[in-house]
Design a protein around this ligand. Structure first.
Ligand SMILES: [Zn+2]
Length: 584
């Protein structure tokens, strides 16, 4: 568990104030001694995400996320504990001495990155080789009409149609088979255990991360064969859900706006036409992590997906994710071309620049899609369309916004605004009631421990488990109690706890033999969800008047009885089951 010394961790936490770190992701407003903002971990319209500078912690009253600066970084950057510490150390300019396990991890990552550089060089030299790369060059410059400068700018390459060219080249440079497969550059044959080139007969797009490292490759076929794209899967140096193609270029040009495309070719065409703020996801649909990454660099995103049905469906999803992180989002009206690449080729970059000024809002996008689906000259289809549009309007959070759209729709569909308003109101009321009902159900379920994924034993005996959580809450609030109890030999043992979760947390607390410690001291041994839970348990105690040690002793007594009860009833269940079997 000890990975780097506690002193260093303390230093890292000290030099990364929670207020500072959170502010680089979330816009915070002062509220008394605390700070408030929109939660980056769940979608919300009113701020319930709170930062407490006094205790260097955060807590979201909406989704329950909470913890210290390290758990914030773990969650928002999707890192494990050691990487989050490393991230913060780097941020504060602290050098940390690493232990062996970590060294090995960094070593693996470095080997993959070094190998990727060699592979990128290799693919590039193949492309410029008149014999090996002719097909690739023909495809890029003749079929896709890419400028030589653009091909160089993106470091494009070619993987010849051969099973061993790259792997032989890399093994000459001293890379082992397992390393190549680690980097997703080679597959290992099931027949003879030998490695073979993963990318073959494809043009190659190297993928660079923000810091300019070659982290992955995309390979595209030059005809219609499948799969059209082959991409590096996750490796020690790469996570596709967290990287965007060309973000390394776009980040310098996207303060106001990013253009989000579907494919590499669109991005390259756009950069070639002077739109250097274009990026694409890497052979995957957009993820919440992508949305957060974009949010770090820009204010608004223009979705520029293919005009076919799949593209429009993807745009629908992107709208949701992007607006959830608070990005202003609009969609391109691509008329007369299937994608941005084709549009620029047919109409030129100036026309494309005009398109960027005349984009559609989320509402227009949905409205148009509904109108496309129905033939509104037919009465029943028109009614269906109106119903669907009313559903969209009802989801608009502000009453003023709803009113504006009601006006637009009334005019376009030729019906009275009053009628639409009545229907929309009915829907918003119904939705509100449903939310309230769900919330009540959720609260009831939560009190019984149903659906509890952190403390999975809760449901088995809610009485014992909630008593136990009270005990943990008090101990987290007053670690000195445990210290005192230990001295008097009155401390409970882990076996006195009922749930596995309780046993685990108590053991951790017990091992930290100090009068004062906080949740952060347990951080490296816990998941972010477990930290959320502890934070919540501790917070719920701070609101109560009595947290005296006497109460702790009482609760331990109650826990004992509650446990016995559960043990009895368990025996009872077993007995009954047995009896049942005996019955004819
Ligand atoms: Zn939240």
């Amino acid at each position: 568990m000890a990975w780097i010394s506690e002193d260093v961790i303390r230093e890292i936490r000290y030099r990364n104030s929670i207020e500072d770190v959170v502010s680089s992701y979330v816009t915070l407003k002062r509220a008394g001694s605390n700070l408030l903002g929109l939660c980056p971990f769940h979608s919300e319209k009113t701020a319930s995400f709170t930062v407490f500078p006094n205790t260097e912690s955060f807590h979201c009253f909406g989704c329950g996320a909470g913890g210290d600066v390290i758990s914030f970084v773990r969650r928002i950057e999707n890192l494990d504990y050691p990487s989050a510490v490393e991230f913060l150390a780097k941020r504060a300019g602290i050098t940390i001495v690493q232990d062996d396990r970590d060294k090995e991890r960094m070593q693996r990552r470095k080997r993959v990155l070094d190998m990727n550089v060699e592979a990128a060089r290799f693919f590039r030299s193949c492309l410029y080789d008149p014999k090996l790369g002719a097909a690739g060059m023909r495809y890029l410059s003749e079929k896709r009409k890419l400028d030589p400068a653009l091909i160089r700018h993106f470091g494009l390459g070619f993987a010849p149609n051969d099973f061993g060219l790259l792997t032989r080249h890399l093994s000459k440079l001293g890379y082992k088979d397992y390393e190549m497969s680690d980097a997703f550059l080679a597959g290992i044959s099931k027949k003879n255990g030998k490695s073979y080139d993963y990318f073959r007969n494809r043009v190659i797009f190297p993928i660079l991360d923000i810091s300019g490292d070659v982290v992955a490759f995309g390979g595209r076929v030059m005809d219609d064969s499948l799969p059209k794209y082959l991409n590096t899967s996750d490796t020690p140096a790469f996570k596709k859900s967290r990287n965007l193609f060309a973000m390394n270029f776009a980040r310098k040009h996207c303060e106001e706006q990013l253009i989000l495309c579907e494919g590499y070719m669109d991005v390259i065409a756009l950069h070639g036409a002077g739109f250097q703020n274009a990026v694409a996801t890497l052979g995957t649909a957009i993820t919440p992590e992508h949305a957060r990454l974009m949010k770090r660099y820009t204010k608004s995103v223009i979705i520029s997906y293919d005009s076919d049905e799949a593209g429009q469906r993807a745009a629908d999803k992107a709208f949701k994710l992007l607006s959830e992180v608070g990005l202003e989002t609009r969609v391109l009206k691509l008329d007369g071309a299937k994608d941005p690449d084709e549009y620029i080729k047919s109409f030129g970059k100036d026309r494309f620049a005009l398109l960027l000024k005349d984009t559609k809002s989320e509402f227009d996008f949905r409205f148009d899609n509904i109108l496309k689906k129905y033939d509104t000259r037919l009465v029943d289809e028109k009614l269906k369309a109106i119903e669907e549009i009313e559903g969209v309007i009802a989801q608009v959070p502000s009453a003023a916004g709803r009113e504006v759209y009601i006006g637009v729709v009334a005019e376009k569909m030729g019906i009275s605004a009053e009628m639409i308003r009545r229907d929309v109101d009915k829907r918003t009321r119904r939705a509100q009631k449903a939310t309230e009902r769900r919330e009540t159900e959720r609260l009831i379920a939560a009190s019984q421990g149903i659906g509890d994924r952190v403390n999975t034993d809760f449901v088995k005996n809610p009485q014992a488990a909630s008593c136990e959580e009270k005990i943990l809450g008090i101990l987290l609030l007053h670690p000195e109690y445990l210290y005192e109890m230990k001295k008097k030999d009155k401390a409970p043992s882990a076996e006195d706890f009922f749930t596995e979760f309780g046993k685990k947390i108590y053991t951790l607390m017990f091992e930290i033999d100090r009068e004062y410690f906080d949740i952060s001291a347990l951080g490296s041994a816990l998941s972010v969800e477990e930290i959320d839970r502890l934070q919540k348990l501790q917070m719920s105690r701070t609101k109560l008047a009595n947290n005296k040690i006497e109460l702790l002793y009482e609760l331990l007594e109650t826990l004992k009885h509650a446990k016995e009860k559960s043990e009895l009833s368990l025996e009872e269940i077993i007995r009954r089951k047995r009896d049942q079997k005996k019955m004819p």
